[in-house]
Structures are given as structure tokens and as C-alpha cells.
Ligand binder design. Structure first.
Ligand SMILES: [Zn+2]
Length: 242
């Protein structure tokens, strides 16, 4: 069984510690920093086998060097971005399967936010680790890819089972929801979700993970009818100060 421990770091990042209870194999997803991961490993009495990097941005790979030095773990990332992932050992591409003990993750290439971005889909655990591609009621900024590429990437994710739990790397939900309401002010599911999110955030609770079903009902980027209307919404979001 896959157990997921969520570690909030920096202003709005989440690091995930994944633990296969059958084999004790352990991985960390997108360690922005090393210390909180080392502390969690110690308090949970786990030893780190892998770092899984979704992409090369510093708030996703910042802990690679220290963690590898401290644990001798292996670094896993995209074949197409291997030059930008520090200390990479295992390279993966679309459709490859990464095995964390008895839990298998299928690799989904999700270019858009960067070129060489990947997501890890643990089918049996119904969990997706998607880095900065899909956020609650939002999606990643287009730093390197085109709107068309991001649209294709998001379409791969929306094809997954709707009960998939989505673990993205940032707590951007409340700001994303404020923008989403400007696109779909009459969406009852969206209004309801925002009430819940505001209450959760007021108590300092995480709004991540969330289900794909919730996203399909409330995320304007996924609900766009075409790549060109997706591109329009993305541009509006880039200029939104809410
Ligand atoms: Zn990023």
C-alpha cells in the first residue's frame, strides 16, 4: 500500500514522502529543501530510496544534493530534461513504469510549464503527482511550452479515472478559485468549492490533494472547449491581480 506524507515548506510548496508499506521503499517528490525531509524520515523511521523530480525548477530540485549526500538515494526524472536535474540516475519517458517497491507509477509527459516536465501516476493507489502542471482550479504558467502543448498535457491528465487524487506542488487554490469565479461566475460547484476552500484556509488546512472529479466540475482551464479558448484563459490569468 502507498502511504503519502505531505510536508508543507517555503511559502506555498508541498513535498510528498511516499512509502510503500509492503516493501518499506520510500521516495520523496519534488524536495524544494532537504532539512524538513530528513526530519520527516527520522520521525517516521524511514530511509530514502528515491527522489522523484517532476521538473527542474529550483523549488522542486533544491534538496537533491543534500538528500542524496545524506541518504545515497537515487534521483529520478525526465530523460528529456536530464541535463537540468541535479545528480539524476534514472531517466524516464512517456509510458515508462517506475516501480516503488510494489507500487507502480506510469510516467506521463506533461510539457507546457517547462519542456521536460513529467507526472507520476500510481494507478493502484489512485494518486497523481503532477508537479506544476495541474493545480486546484488552475494550471501551471507557460514558461517554456506553448498553450497547445499544455492543453495536450492537461488532456492526458483528464483522461485518468475521475477518482484519482491529485497531489500538485503548490497551495494556490484560493487565488486560483478567485480567478476561476471571474470565468464562470454562475458555476454552482465552483461557488460551493470556494466556500469550502476559504473555510479550510482560514483554519490553515491544506486543500491538496483533491480529486479529478472536482477539477472537471470547477477548473476553467479543464473546462475550456478548445486549445484557443484555453490559451485565452491562460493569458487572462497571467494578467489577473485578484
Ligand atoms: Zn515549476
Amino acid at each position: 500500500m502507498l502511504k503519502v506524507h505531505q510536508i508543507p515548506v517555503l511559502s506555498d510548496n508541498y513535498i510528498y514522502l511516499l512509502h510503500d508499506t509492503d516493501t518499506e521503499q520510500t521516495a520523496v517528490v519534488d524536495p524544494a529543501v532537504a532539512e524538513p525531509v530528513l526530519e520527516a524520515l527520522q520521525s517516521l523511521d524511514l530511509s530514502l530510496n528515491y527522489i522523484l523530480n517532476t521538473h527542474h525548477h529550483s523549488d522542486h530540485i533544491g534538496g537533491n544534493l543534500k538528500l542524496k549526500a545524506a541518504t545515497a538515494c537515487q534521483v529520478v526524472g525526465a530523460e528529456s530534461d536530464k541535463k537540468r536535474i541535479p545528480l539524476i540516475d534514472i531517466t524516464l519517458k512517456e509510458g515508462d513504469v517506475f516501480q516503488l517497491g510494489s507500487e507502480a507509477a506510469t510516467i506521463i509527459e506533461t510539457d507546457g510549464h517547462t519542456i521536460g516536465h513529467i507526472a507520476f501516476w500510481f494507478k493502484n493507489a489512485e494518486a497523481l503527482f503532477c508537479g506544476d502542471t495541474l493545480f486546484a482550479m488552475g494550471c501551471g504558467r507557460l514558461f517554456e511550452g506553448s498553450a497547445e502543448q499544455m492543453w495536450q498535457s492537461l488532456n492526458k491528465l483528464t483522461a485518468l479515472p475521475t477518482n484519482t487524487q491529485i497531489y500538485c506542488t503548490h497551495e494556490y487554490t484560493e487565488a486560483n478559485g478567485r480567478f476561476a469565479l471571474t470565468i464562470e461566475p454562475k458555476n454552482a460547484d465552483l461557488k460551493f468549492r470556494m466556500q469550502q476552500v476559504k473555510a479550510q484556509r482560514a483554519q490553515g488546512l491544506a486543500t491538496v490533494p483533491f480529486s479529478l472529479a472536482e477539477e472537471l466540475a470547477t477548473n476553467p482551464f479543464l473546462r475550456a472547449e478548445s486549445s484557443s479558448s484555453f490559451a485565452e484563459i491562460r493569458t487572462k490569468k497571467d494578467n489577473f491581480n485578484g
